[in-house]
Design a protein around this ligand. Sequence first.
Ligand SMILES: [Zn+2]
Ligand SMILES: [Zn+2]
Ligand SMILES: [Zn+2]
Length: 202
Amino acid sequence: MWQSDAELFLEELIRLEGRGSHTQDTCFCGSDEPSLYRCKDCHGVELVCRQCVLYTHQWQPCHRIEHWNGSFFQKISLKSLGLRIQLGHRIGLRCNKPTPASNDDFVIVDVNGVHAVGLDFCGCQTAQVHVTQLLQVHLFPATTVKPKTTATFRALEHFQILSFKSKVSAFEFYQTVVRLTDNTGIHITKACFFYSCLLDNY
Ligand SMILES: [Zn+2]
Ligand SMILES: [Zn+2]
Ligand SMILES: [Zn+2]
């Protein structure tokens, strides 16, 4: 039974490497933009246009996006597509005085990888301090002084239970997340060793 089905599984896995049935250039939104983007973390493999991938990921800024380059799917960051995470305001609303993290260099460690994101703190007169703004959206800063690296509460909870059940160290957990980001191990982010120290103390 299993052996006779092997070909079926293989065919579908190979199909997922390409555009599969989603060969239409038009997005479901009806825009003229080509639909070249899909998400590894959202349900389904439908290709959408740039505007739609940005709109749907305002709520999921740590999802991993792929771009069809004409021959194969390539990783592409939501930051490079123009996504900004605005703190201190409701999702979808922009601050009148957005303050980017210094050098616009901000990293979020999540269970599915290490993400370079475009993040703006609120700069309004009534704005909270940066650490508070981060904690209010479930981001745990690695430092309280000009934070540029955070972990999601989800990643910390995942690590906590994993360490209880499997004795995984902070370093091993972090290396796993790094490998999920880039399994060649070439592009190690600088958040790496710093954050594994923080997880050790969590
Ligand atoms: Zn997604
Ligand atoms: Zn669209
Ligand atoms: Zn503001």
